[in-house]
Design a protein around this ligand. Sequence first.
Ligand SMILES: Cc1ncc(COP(=O)(O)O)c(C=O)c1O
Ligand SMILES: [Zn+2]
Length: 387
Amino acid sequence: MNVTHLECALCGLRHEAGVLQNLCIECGKPLLVRYDLEKAAQTMTKEALPSRESSLWRYREVLPVSDWNNVVSFGEGWTPLLNAEKLAESLPVPLDLFIKDEGQNPTQSFKARGMTAAISMAKELRVRKVAVPSAGNAAGAMAAYAARAGMEAHIFMPSDTPTANVVECRQTGANVTLVDGLITDCGKIVAERKQAEGWFDVSTLKEPYRVEGKKTMGYELAEQLPELPDVIIYPTGEGTGLIGMWKAFDEMQEMGWIGAKRPRMVSVQSTTCAPIVRAFENGERFAEEFENASTVASGLRVPKAIGDFLILDAIRASGGTAIAVDDEELVRAVGEIGSVTGIFCAPEGAACLPALRRLIADGKVTAGETVVLFNTGSGIKYLEAFA
Ligand SMILES: Cc1ncc(COP(=O)(O)O)c(C=O)c1O
Ligand SMILES: [Zn+2]
């Protein structure tokens, strides 16, 4: 186990690892896990990795679990990076285009990555009951991992969450409460009740480990491509995947896997819920809450993200940008991508295509570049959106 401590992402305050932690005790911002990377690099070499398991636990040296018996897994991660040559042909400039297909994870979204790490650590730290506010896919993942770990799961979702997410949670034994409001309202209920109920709060970035699971997408890109892509396009709600990959790149550099060059990170949101895009355009480091947030891409319906500054810092440091696309465009993109690549994307993932078209039109992506679109989940969970 190479974890040295937890560190506040804003004020840097050191927190102890190995005990239950939520947010920074000083400033209330997210905590990130720090490792002895010199030690990790001794065994996690590019030569050692190919013979390891086809799951994200292949990166065990930079994951937080200390006792292997505590790992709660369905074999998540190590998803294919699919060549999207045909889709690239429909674009005005030639690109090396790939889709990282996260819909192939257990519970059909990249939320499985975060939950395998969070629930494994909850098990290690002897948690019996977990609670989460969710836009849908995180709930489905948490219900499954909690059931596998023998934990009680309490889930709070907006009442108009896609039906598949509600059904999967109930069928995997979770206690589901539908809330007349947004994910932020669900989060408030968890915060109010958790102490009395004895729940551990597994909200995105309000515990330190989901982001550790998500960061493995960055490690996988480094293994699956000869070098990191020029551009990563990522549908952003709370931003855990983007924050995680950015952290992974820093870790990889420290371990000597890569140099200082980074992919340009592009955050995609819906025009009807675009707090990060607005903050990016206004030159702000913290994003104001987005009023009347709505979008059929339910995972993007996050009016206020606690890790806003981490998303915005990464986008800016990478020379990337943030783009909002209309719901109509992103739903249409599901069929466009599907009919050419065979991948039935979640609306969130499909939003990457209109965003890429915009980047090309603005001269921000140019001929010959390598671009990775993140399809963060499967369209099968969103049947209502295609009615
Ligand atoms: C399919 C899908 N894509 C993207 C997101 C956004 O993920 P994050 O909140 O980590 O930015 C979500 C979140 O619910 C999701 O379910
Ligand atoms: Zn702090």
